[in-house]
Design a binder for this molecule. Structure first.
Ligand SMILES: [Zn+2]
Length: 467
C-alpha cells in the first residue's frame, strides 16, 4: 500500500484487568488480533467470553499469539467456531503447547456444559459449551509456527517478528511493522514479560524499539521477594518433618516445570529430603516433555544438565498420576508428600478435589506460588478466607496458607523498568495493559517519573489511532 493505510488499535481485553488479552489492530480495511485470550476470574468478566464476538470476522485476516497461556489464547476456538479460518502466528514452542492446552480447555468447557445439564442449573437448556474439542482441533490446523527473529507478512503490508521474553516456553513479544503516512512504524506488544536469571529458560531479549508499546503490568506495583527458594526449602523441610502434605496449585505450563526443577536442584544439593512429589496434572506432564524438547530455549544450566541422562525437570520421587483413579487415590495417602496440581488459581482442574480433601486438615499447607486473579478461589485463600466453596460444598479452611510470589513468571516493577531501559529511544506512547488498576497506575506513574515517557492506561474497548 503506497504511503500506508491508517492504523488503529482497540483494547478488547487485558484493559483494566489481567485476563482476556485481545488487541485489535486495524490497517485500512484489514484487521488482525494480537492475542486471543479468555477472560477469567470475576463472573462479570467471564460473561464477556459468552457475549457476541466483538470483532467483524469478515475483516479479520490473522491472529498472533504471544504465548500459550489460556488468558492469551483460549478464545481462539470461539472465533474459529464463529467462522474465522485465517492463519494464526505463534512461535514453535507456543504452537506445541497449544496442541495440549486448547483441546484441554475445550474438554473442560464440554464437561461444564454436561454437568450443568445433568444438574439442571443452567438457564439455557440444553447448556452449550463455549466451544468444543472439535473447534480446538480446527484452531490448531490454523497455526503457523514462526521462529523468534523471523519476519513474516501477517496481512497486506504488515510484518511480524517475535522476540524472546522468558515467561514460559515459546513466549515472545510481538512487533508489527507497517507504513503509515509514508513512514515505517512499529507497534510492540510486550506479551507477558518474564525475568532474568531464571530456571530452565533463556533471559528476555532486549526490546529494541517501537513507536507504540503495549506493556504488561501484572506486577507493576510490586517487587518480588528474593528469598522464595529459601521459603520453599523451609516449607518442604517442615512438611517432611511433620509428615504433612504440601498442596501446590500450579499452572500446568511454566509453574509446574519451575517447581520440579527447583525441587530437584534442592534434592541434588542435599538441602531437602526427597519426599514423594505427586504431579497430578496430565497436561503438566505433557508440557514438561515439550519443555525438554525445545532445547533452543534452554539456558546454560539447563543445557548442561540436559546433556546428562536424567531430565532435570523431575524430582527424585516423582509420582505421575495419569488416570482420575490414580488422582483420587492420593486422598488416601498420608504425609509427607507434595501434590502439584492444576489449575494455578484453583479455578478448576484436579487440584479442586485435593483442596476439598486437604483444606479442612491442619496438617496441610497450601502454597500459592503464582498470581491469583480477583474473583478466583486462589485469591480468596490468599486473602484469608475461613471457608471456600469447592465442588458444590462449603469447605472449612484449617490448612496453613502460604503465598510465595518469587516463583512468578512475570517481571516485577524493577524488572519491567530494566527491560524498558533497553529501548533505543522512548516509544511515542506506552499503553499499560494486563494489570489490575493499582498495578497499572503505579507502573504508569513510575515510568512517567523516571523515564519521562508518555504513558496511557487504556480502558476496555477503547480505540486509539496510531498516527
Ligand atoms: Zn502468561
Amino acid at each position: 500500500m503506497a504511503g500506508g493505510a491508517t492504523a488503529s488499535l482497540q483494547f478488547l481485553g487485558a484493559a483494566g484487568g489481567v485476563t482476556g488479552s485481545k488487541f485489535l489492530f486495524s490497517y485500512g480495511d484489514d484487521q488482525l488480533l494480537i492475542d486471543c485470550g479468555l477472560f477469567q476470574g470475576l463472573k462479570e468478566l467471564r460473561q464477556r467470553n459468552w457475549a457476541q464476538v466483538p470483532i467483524d470476522l469478515r475483516h479479520l485476516r490473522s491472529v498472533i499469539l504471544t504465548h500459550a497461556h489460556i488468558d492469551h489464547s483460549g478464545y481462539l476456538p470461539r472465533i474459529v467456531s464463529k467462522g474465522f479460518n485465517g492463519p494464526v502466528f505463534a512461535t514453535p514452542g507456543t504452537c506445541e503447547l497449544l496442541g495440549v492446552m486448547l483441546p484441554d480447555a475445550a474438554y473442560l468447557q464440554e464437561e461444564e456444559a454436561r454437568y450443568a445439564n445433568q444438574k439442571g442449573y443452567s438457564r439455557h437448556s440444553p447448556a452449550l459449551p463455549l466451544y468444543t474439542v472439535q473447534d480446538a482441533e480446527t484452531s490448531l490446523k490454523l497455526l503457523r509456527p514462526t521462529k523468534v527473529g523471523e519476519s513474516v507478512e501477517v496481512m497486506d503490508g504488515v510484518f511480524l517478528d517475535f522476540s524472546r521474553v522468558g515467561h514460559i516456553l515459546g513466549a515472545g513479544s510481538a512487533r508489527l511493522s507497517f507504513e503509515a503516512n509514508g513512514q515505517k512504524r512499529t507497534l510492540l506488544d510486550s506479551g507477558d514479560l518474564g525475568r532474568c536469571n531464571r530456571r530452565i529458560l533463556k533471559d528476555p531479549e532486549p526490546a529494541g524499539m517501537a513507536d507504540w508499546l503495549l506493556l504488561e503490568s501484572t506486577y507493576g506495583n510490586r517487587m518480588h521477594a528474593k528469598d522464595s527458594e529459601i521459603e520453599l526449602r523451609n516449607l518442604i523441610k517442615e512438611t517432611a518433618e511433620q509428615r504433612g502434605c504440601l498442596v501446590i496449585p500450579a499452572f500446568a505450563i511454566g509453574r509446574t516445570q519451575d517447581l520440579l526443577y527447583t525441587i530437584r536442584k534442592m534434592e541434588d544439593e542435599g538441602e531437602i529430603p526427597a519426599i514423594p512429589v505427586h504431579v497430578d496434572s496430565p497436561m503438566g506432564l505433557e508440557a514438561t516433555q515439550i519443555y525438554g524438547r525445545h532445547t533452543d530455549e534452554h539456558n546454560f544450566e539447563m543445557t548442561r544438565l540436559h546433556d546428562k541422562e536424567r531430565c532435570p525437570i523431575s524430582s527424585r520421587h516423582m509420582v505421575i498420576d495419569k488416570t482420575p483413579e490414580q488422582s483420587k487415590s492420593i486422598n488416601n495417602l498420608k504425609g509427607p508428600l507434595i501434590i502439584i496440581s492444576a489449575s494455578g488459581m484453583a479455578t478448576g482442574g484436579r487440584v479442586l478435589h485435593h483442596l476439598k480433601h486437604r483444606l479442612p486438615n491442619s496438617g496441610t499447607t497450601v502454597l500459592l506460588a503464582g498470581y491469583q486473579a480477583e474473583g478466583t478461589r486462589g485469591r480468596l485463600l490468599q486473602d484469608g478466607a475461613k471457608e471456600v466453596k469447592l465442588l458444590g460444598e462449603v469447605v472449612p479452611v484449617r490448612a496453613k496458607i502460604k503465598v510465595l510470589d518469587g516463583f512468578s513468571a512475570h517481571a516485577d516493577q524493577g524488572e519491567i523498568l530494566r527491560w524498558l531501559g533497553t529501548f533505543k529511544k522512548p516509544p511515542r506512547t506506552t499503553y499499560i495493559v494486563h494489570g489490575e488498576p493499582p498495578a497499572a497506575s503505579a507502573l504508569a506513574d513510575v515510568i512517567r517519573e523516571r523515564l519521562k515517557w508518555k504513558v496511557e492506561i487504556p480502558k476496555y474497548q477503547q480505540k486509539v489511532e496510531l498516527t
